[in-house]
Design a protein around this ligand. Structure first.
Ligand code: ZN
Length: 181
């Protein structure tokens, strides 16, 4: 079966930067609903569209087609006392950009820790990077009607609904079956 709109694609991947430094070895394959549902990067869908099981290729995706350019305005310095302890580089907090409003809440990553100040970076960790994906298609199947209605994959590696807690609705924590974000 060829990859087309409303197929569920299982793809093994290895993610590196443009200098071939490994970012993610994709121990878990990515399973996504194909067809512009934003379950994965559009450039990956473009590459795989019309392909079949066994297809393998390495593609490079520029920052503008991945997680955007690095924006130095999203760096902010915060009093260390305002953040919880113990504090470590790489920890993430939700916060507002300088002068931002409630709706602008974003995830900040701790990138530097000094005695009384902390640098927080609101850029996506992969912002500004060209990304190299080694892709290999492992499985292609037709999506179920329910998956198409929900715009995501159900089942083994996909999204599980907690019948008791959230029923079959769209509320709650929807696992995106895609560890790159
Ligand atoms: Zn669902």
């Amino acid at each position: 079966m060829k990859i087309a709109k409303n197929t569920v694609v299982t793809v093994e991947y290895k993610l590196s930067d443009a200098q071939n430094n490994l970012i993610e070895d994709g121990r878990q394959p990515m399973v996504y609903l194909h067809g512009g549902y934003e379950n994965t990067l559009p450039k990956i869908e473009e590459e795989l569209d019309g392909k079949d099981v066994g297809y393998a290729n390495t593609i490079q995706i520029e920052p503008e087609d991945a997680f955007g350019d690095y924006d130095p305005n999203l760096l902010k310095v915060e009093e260390r006392a305002r953040l919880p302890e113990p504090l470590e580089i790489g920890m993430q907090f939700e916060g507002l950009p300088e002068g931002g409003e409630e709706d602008d809440a974003m995830i900040f990553t701790v990138t530097e820790i000094a005695e009384d100040k902390v640098v927080l970076d609101g850029n996506h960790p992969l912002a500004g990077m060209a990304l190299r994906f080694e892709l290999k298609v492992m499985d292609v199947r037709a999506a179920t009607e329910e998956e198409i209605a929900h715009e995501h994959v159900h089942g083994a590696h996909g999204h599980h609904h907690e019948e008791d807690e959230e029923g079959d609705g769209e509320e709650g924590d929807h696992f995106r079956s895609h560890p790159i974000h």
